[in-house]
Write a protein that binds this ligand. Structure first.
Ligand SMILES: *Cc1c(COP(=O)(O)O)cnc(C)c1O
Length: 422
């Protein structure tokens, strides 16, 4: 059985899993005292530099310079620059990532784009149980264009769905938002290509937590959240990726606009798409949100994705072991895959002794009140997502000890925990 000193030793790099990303934690602001955050799957920690970046834009840019800012600063270049900063952690070419709009909007844009690129094929394949917004986008894109939607219930059904040779695009989430199960990016993209279809991946629960390699996998299009593990701040614009082989194409982006024109300030009456991923930017960037995100983007330029992955593996493997050792007897078990390569950012636990509807949210609420911020999903799942650049192994020890304490004392059964939901 592990004790806290073993976890402390891991923090100090006493074994080979060590702490390859030590030093990055100091570039993030501390959260509330006495609080352990396991909610990086919803909103990542705040980079120290973020508030000052926002203040600068408000004060120098808005209050003082006003309209001149468009010419005197890099506000208009930020979508491309921020994308460039994220390219290392996404395993993408520096010019192939754009930051703009929300994940959902980008999903819409790229579904339509993939249908255009792969016409006359007209089938969109999507998982029935994917994150709902992705499924709504696939439904809506199909309805709008008279395309056909083909549901699969798991990636294992993909071969059959592709067999007829009529699929234009397969839209998948790399990591399941409930169980954290991670698919095989390389193998599945190959399968999709072997059938002449294009691959559109959502990496929201992977990017910034584990190593991914969009370019190596030959992915056609991808999208993902920036406010989760990428730490861009609440409501940060999302990233989108298009493989360079599609960025020179004559096919227009789904949403043509002046910011995606090859010469925006020529004010030409006719649209000509920019010869890069920038064509997928329709209108004016979200300057204040981009300023907040730029603090995280600077950090991502410096992070070695393999070291990030190593740290994530060390932390999540430890979490799984601690839960096995300390909580299994109370019916709390690990629902996520045990093999690191098959897991995304978070670890999902199952509270199988939950007897009543609401037991798992009561347990989550009791944990939150004890200073361990987690999320729950009915009927029986708890999700724990520590950020690999910030979390310590001892944080995991402290969180699991609190969980064990609540289970042992049965304090979580207190009726007051049933009122709130997290
Ligand atoms: C979080 C998440 C989103 C969020 O989309 P928004 O447009 O930012 O609301 C989309 N897809 C997946 C898979 C997510 O996990």
């Amino acid at each position: 059985m592990l004790d806290r000193d073993d976890c402390l030793a891991l923090d100090h790099g006493a074994d080979s899993s060590g702490n390859p990303v030590a030093g990055f934690a100091a570039r993030f602001a501390a959260g509330a005292p006495g609080t352990l955050y396991f909610d990086a799957n919803s909103i990542g920690p705040m980079p120290l530099a973020a508030p000052e970046r926002v203040r600068q834009v408000l004060d120098q840019g808005w209050r003082i310079a006003r309209r001149r800012s468009w010419n005197e600063t890099d506000w208009l270049d930020q979508p491309r620059k921020l994308g460039g900063s994220l390219s290392r952690v996404l395993g993408a070419g520096a010019g192939d990532v754009l930051v703009a709009d929300s994940t959902t909007i980008n999903q819409h844009k790229l579904l339509h784009h993939a249908l255009d690129l792969n016409a006359p094929r007209d089938v969109v394949v999507v998982e029935r149980e994917v994150f709902p917004s992705n499924r709504y986008a696939a439904e809506a894109a199909s309805a709008l264009r008279g395309a056909r939607l083909r549901d699969i219930s798991c990636s294992g059904e993909l071969g059959e769905a592709l067999a007829a040779g009529d699929v234009a695009v397969v839209a998948l989430s790399l990591v399941d938002y409930r169980s954290s199960t991670r698919l095989d990016l390389v193998g599945i993209t190959e399968l999709i290509h072997a059938h002449g279809a294009l691959a559109l991946w959502d990496l929201s629960h992977a990017a910034g937590a584990v190593a991914v390699s969009l370019e190596k996998a030959g992915v056609d299009c991808a999208v993902g959240c920036v406010y989760k593990y990428l730490c861009g701040g609440p409501g940060a614009p999302a990233w989108l990726y298009v493989h360079p082989r599609h960025s020179q194409s004559v096919v227009w982006p789904a949403l043509a606009g002046w910011m995606g024109h090859s010469d925006a300030f020529a004010f030409e009456p006719g649209y000509r798409p920019a010869a890069s991923v920038s064509r997928h930017q329709a209108g004016t960037p979200a300057v204040i949100a981009n300023a907040a995100m730029s603090a995280a983007a600077d950090i991502w330029c410096d992070v070695d994705p393999q070291e990030l992955d190593e740290r994530h593996r060390s932390l999540t493997n430890l979490l799984i072991r601690l839960v096995d050792e300390q909580c299994a007897e109370f019916g709390v078990t690990v629902a996520s895959p045990r093999e690191h390569a098959k897991r995304g950012g978070h670890v999902t636990l199952r509270f199988s002794d939950a007897q009543a509807e609401g037991d798992v949210s009561a347990l989550a609420q009791a944990l939150v009140e004890a200073g361990v911020i987690v999320s729950s999903r009915k009927p029986d799942a708890l999700r724990l997502a520590s950020h690999p650049l910030v979390a310590r192994h001892t944080d995991l020890w402290d969180a699991v000890s609190k969980l064990r304490g609540l289970l042992l004392s049965e304090q979580w059964r207190d009726p007051r925990y049933r009122r709130a939901s997290v």
